[in-house]
Design a protein around this ligand. Sequence first.
Ligand code: SAM
Ligand code: SF4
Length: 442
Amino acid sequence: MTALPTTFRVKSFGCQMNVYDGERMAELLESQGLTATSGDEADLVVLNTCHIREKAAERAYSDVGRLRRDDGTRPIIALAGCVAQAEGAEAAKRSKMIDLVVGPQAYHRLPEMVAAVARGERPVDTDMPAIAKFAALPPRRRSGPSAFLTVQEGCDKFCTYCVVPYTRGAEISRPFADLLAEARALAEGGAREITLLGQNVNAWSGESQDGGAGGLDMLIRAIARIDGIERIRYTTSHPADLTDALIAAHREIDKLMPYLHLPVQSGSDAILKAMNRSHSAASYLKLIERVRVARPDIAISGDFIVGFPGETEKDFCDTLAIVDAVGYASAYSFKYSPRPGTPAASMEGAVEAQVMDERLQRLQDRLRAHSLAFNQATIGKDLAILIDRKGRLPGQMIGKSPWLQSVFVETGAAIGDLVDVSITHALPNSLGGALRRPAVAA
Ligand code: SAM
Ligand code: SF4
């Protein structure tokens, strides 16, 4: 028998959906009377893991090992997230320190699983009961100025390199009414910006209160009507699900920020085909053109993989070419990492590690140049900045521009204020500026 925990810590790794899940787990545990702590003394530690790249499981096991304290004691350890989903009962066999294993669709059961640990059991739950978990979670409470809201989970696209369809299951959309209720609660709790999340967020579909069916644009329009919500974003989108209606929303809804994360992965049609992406380089560029017609100032961001099996120098140069053609404001770029069980893991034509390193370097240099150019183009402009944290210098605050740039400014404004800032300088990953007029209180 172990004592029931009274304090806990959730450590989230990986994507924004994991950050959201981590927040919901924390709220759930708090609703059961546990207190959050950031120190080593937590009675319960939830490791909310990510499985997207190589050695994720090994890293999770070594993180578990590090939780043993100097005096030989340790907290109750819950392995959650996508490594938990992928490893399942195997995790508890591999590490005696793991007390419970809970997948991303089952974490609403965390309190009862912790109680089972206290009774001496080692529960494992990696079921995928779709949206049951959301109904079982407590209502949202206080929020920071910028909040995440998961609207869609899972993926049916099966890109050949990706584990998500296996760890997060099939695409499901949360119901419209539940999402509006959660968005209202976030607004009441202090959120001024909501980022709608999903592995394929633009595959969201649902029925409004009057029974009309619609896509993500319908949800965005409804959230835009909530008092207190000033900004709406969504991520991550798949090119195949970027509908005309969603593109029109970018033209018509002021609160929808001019920013679109639309991963292309590669600029080579041969590689895109081998990746099972449903777009070509040309169809992707056409889509971007249509988005830009609707919203000329939109910032485009993307994801790239270099060194996919069979990628030649010519394929890679096609990727550099699409980077130049789009002029990305920001991007994430990764070396291909074979994931067990995915089709690409058994493909021939592995790219040598050294070649991969060199390509990633060249790609990142190119992407950095585009980010810098995009940021420099804002010098001299007055931008609305949503303050979201304190800077390190006295009086310095940091906020986000409409294009998701981090902006450093000296101001007496508080977290949650929207202020006008004149941009005076730009780096590849941030902007600096001076306050133009007094803060508008939140
Ligand atoms: N659903 C999104 C999409 O379609 O682009 C992305 C989800 S995935 C969690 C985030 C990014 O991780 C992908 O866009 C891809 O660039 C990268 N990624 C996924 N699997 C990978 C792998 N096996 N190796 C390297 N990067 C990978
Ligand atoms: Fe993974 Fe492709 Fe689905 Fe994105 S669309 S989550 S990359 S399978």
